[in-house]
Design a protein around this ligand. Structure first.
Ligand SMILES: [Fe+2]
Length: 195
């Protein structure tokens, strides 16, 4: 049996400095490439479209109005994570733009449809919106039919939160297949207060 007294304690001077001590000087949030402030600046047309859609959907179904503030909070948290993920994954520009637009729109259908089919409504809304934005540029990337398709796929494939799968009687939704899908999906999971 090992003699516990022989186990030498780690000398204090051998413990590496904590990450906290070594952290670089703080960068102001707005200076980070994908801070929420920057995303708000660069994607105003998409954000406005989503908000206008929420307005219309609440007009049609006033009882959904109570969900809006939770949804707004969820949307911001997911978008913050998506901004960090596209940076960490170093995605090419087209994919980065598609991922951010898809994230903004991922729950755009939530006030107009049921929990288990809001991806379908959101996909339709995003498609309509991007038809209207075709040819416009976001961060130097022009909206093309290919970008529209990628955004729609990523929204379609954002649903496999375990809670939603359970509500869906164990049947899974379309799975994420590529990096753009994974940004939306992972950011949504990281925000795990919603789905
Ligand atoms: Fe969702």
């Amino acid at each position: 049996m090992a003699n516990l007294e022989e186990v030498q304690p780690i000398a204090q001077e051998n413990i590496p400095e904590t990450a906290e001590k070594k952290s670089p000087p703080e960068t102001k949030k707005a200076e980070q490439p994908n801070s929420l402030e920057k995303i708000n600046e660069n994607y105003g047309a998409v954000l406005d479209h989503r908000e206008a859609q929420y307005d219309k959907d609440i007009e049609a179904k006033p009882e959904m109005g109570a969900m809006r503030s939770n949804l707004e909070m969820h949307n911001k948290i997911v978008l913050g994570y998506a901004g960090e993920l596209v940076e960490a994954m170093n995605l090419p520009d087209e994919q980065r733009v598609a991922a951010i637009i898809a994230t903004i729109e991922h729950d755009s259908g939530k006030l107009a449809s049921g929990l288990l089919d809001h991806h379908e409504q959101g996909t339709e809304y995003a498609g309509q919106m991007l038809d209207g934005l075709e040819g416009q540029e976001f961060e130097g990337v022009t909206i093309t039919p290919e970008i529209k398709q990628k955004v729609m796929e990523a929204i379609e494939r954002h649903m496999n939160h375990p809670f939603l799968v359970m509500l869906n009687k164990g049947e899974r939704f379309p799975e994420p297949k590529d990096d753009v899908d994974r940004v939306v999906f992972d950011a949504d999971m990281m925000a795990n207060a919603g789905f």
